[in-house]
Design a binder for this molecule. Structure first.
Ligand code: ZN
Length: 556
């Protein structure tokens, strides 16, 4: 995904903070307005119970789901410790208190996984300090600076790999920074590993069984490579699970540390079959990327999988604030080179967001002639192509097969990676039109749905990589004249300029990634990942539309 998933250097964060939605933040001066503000903010999340069809599962598979959900809840508990330094203590102290206002606070703390507001620049909405969540979330000492971290490595280069490792927490001991592996740091690890082993006994699918056992071992050894490889082999099971430390969005200081999450999925075989066509074009997409041909990889793994699934449980990172609707995993480029990626499209989540968020946005923001072209299938298709597009382009910097693009671009990576996936999703629509897989009507719907989608994602909050990615796209396409405003202040597209602008932006991002150009990534973020007065006005007209969903599942 990121996941749809994500991150910004300190200077860039400050720049964004200064020009983004600060004006929207209501004042929390008195107890009354403080509670009222939280009440108001909760309405940004439309409550929805997402449905999943389990009727075709065997009795044993249904028991397996129960066991996996138990494991998911343990992963969720670990994430509470990562989300913010005092997320768990705030949650637990609220749980002990009673009163109507406390119910509101509990609910909002649950949505945000702690006392910091995901939508409002991670501002604290519960009394306490600091007023804004430390960029390093719960992964580093709260007062640690980038400088202190980098100085410690400069003084002792042998610390570099453990300090920058995805699966270590940084603590300060006797005034010195120290990296502790997740396997030693989190007391829930053993319970989680045992639960996965217990669940494996209900998994009749051989590959799923092997993955669960291997994942338990990974949790204990802090080495996830082998289990990620085994996860790629899980293909024919009705049930699948993503569990463990996965995405690095929460670490906005460096983007190094992975957050725990759990996604329990029930496969939708019919929908999966529908989208199989994309897979056969992956090599074509890669060979025709709009970038300098020398950057195009010669070895493209064609084994990438594309699964349409319904979510039975979300826990941890993916459930925090804005909910994930799809994921392209695993993130380890060694696994991706060997076995491709597994793209999981969360069908019931996409449908919920289309109905609760996207349609109301389109009705307000788009030129009225475009509204009939807002389309659920187009939304699902472009989201699916977004995930496919995460597998395109370079995982390693050109000319340096040891340097991952992720590492080279550090905290600027996630927003650019999301932008790449979005813009290539659109660009690949054009390929599919040329290949006669899509027709003009589908392209029209895709473009209109894409335009409304930009406004949907820009509203995810200043700290979100997805919001930044969509700001880049909106501002770039607006600058190129591909997005225009009609006389009533509603948005539409200039179709004659659209594809050139899409191609131009795709080229820009792909080139930054291929060259691992950290400075240029910063330039693009400063120039485009920002709110403009016009956009701020437009977003204001959407204030009564929920920004996201507060979803609950078969297992809670
Ligand atoms: Zn993504």
């Amino acid at each position: 995904m990121k996941r749809l998933t994500i991150l910004v250097c300190l200077s860039c964060f400050l720049i964004l903070n200064s020009c983004e939605q600060k004006k929207e933040v209501p004042q929390m001066n008195t107890q009354k307005t403080f509670i009222d503000t939280v009440k108001e903010r909760i309405t940004a999340y439309s409550p929805v119970k997402v449905a999943v069809d389990t009727s075709f599962l065997s009795a044993k598979e249904k028991l397996l789901l129960v066991k996996l959900a138990e494991a998911g809840k343990i992963a969720d508990e670990i994430f509470w410790q990562q989300s913010a330094h005092d997320a768990r203590s705030v949650r637990d102290s609220l749980a002990k208190s009673t009163g109507k206002d406390n119910e509101i606070l509990k609910q909002y703390v649950r949505i945000n996984y702690g006392p910091y507001d995901v939508i409002y620049g991670n501002e604290r909405f519960i009394p306490g300090e600091p007023k804004v969540r430390p960029l390093g979330a719960g992964f580093y000492p709260i007062d640690m600076t980038k400088d202190e971290f980098e100085k410690a490595i400069a003084e002792n280069p042998s610390l570099k790999s453990q300090f920058e490792d995805l699966y270590t927490v940084i603590v300060r001991e006797n005034g010195k920074l120290k990296a502790i592996p997740y396997s030693q740091y989190y007391s829930e690890i053993e319970a989680l590993a045992s639960k996965l082993e217990e669940a494996s006994k209900y998994a009749e699918d051989k590959q799923l069984n092997a993955y669960l056992i291997s994942r338990a071992k990974a949790l204990r050894t802090n080495d996830y490579f082998e289990s990620d490889m085994k996860w790629m082999d899980v293909k024919s099971s009705n049930i699948d699970i993503v569990i463990g430390p996965i995405e690095t969005y929460q670490d906005q200081l460096f983007g190094y540390k992975a957050s725990f999450e759990a996604v329990i999925m029930v496969k939708d075989w019919k929908a999966t079959k529908q989208f199989e066509m994309f897979k056969k074009h992956i090599t074509y997409f890669e060979k025709n990327l709009p970038e300098d041909p020398k950057f195009i990889r010669s070895n493209i793994n064609e084994e990438s999988q594309l699964n349409l699934v319904n979510v039975a449980y979300y826990g941890g990172d993916c459930q925090k604030g804005t909910k994930t609707i799809a994921a392209s995993l695993p993130n380890d480029p060694r696994v991706r080179e060997a076995k491709g990626g597994k793209n999981s499209m969360y069908l019931n989540m996409m449908k919920a967001k289309f109905e609760k968020n996207l349609v109301p946005i389109a009705n307000i923001i788009l030129d009225k002639d475009l509204i009939p072209f807002i389309d659920e299938d187009a939304f699902i298709t472009s989201t699916t192509l977004h995930e496919v597009s995460h597998t395109l382009g370079r995982g390693y910097v050109y000319g340096n097969n040891k340097l991952e693009v992720r590492t080279a671009l550090k905290e600027r990576y996630s927003a650019l990676e999301e932008c790449k996936a979005d813009i290539l999703s659109m660009y690949n629509h054009l390929h599919l039109l040329n290949l006669k897989e899509f027709n003009d009507d589908m392209i029209k719907k895709a473009r209109v749905t894409y335009l409304a989608g930009l406004f949907r994602s820009i509203r995810f909050g200043t700290e979100s990589a997805h919001a930044k990615a969509n700001l880049i796209q909106f501002n770039y396409l607006r600058e190129k004249g591909a997005i225009v405003v009609d006389k009533d202040g509603k948005y539409k597209l200039d179709e004659s300029k659209f594809w050139d602008a899409v191609k131009g932006l795709a080229n820009l991002i792909l080139t930054i990634q291929a060259t691992g150009d950290y400075a240029k990534a910063g330039e693009i973020l400063s120039k485009y990942a920002k709110m403009t007065p016009e956009l701020e006005q437009a977003i204001k007209t959407l204030q009564n539309v929920p920004r996201d969903i507060d979803s609950s599942y078969l297992f809670e």
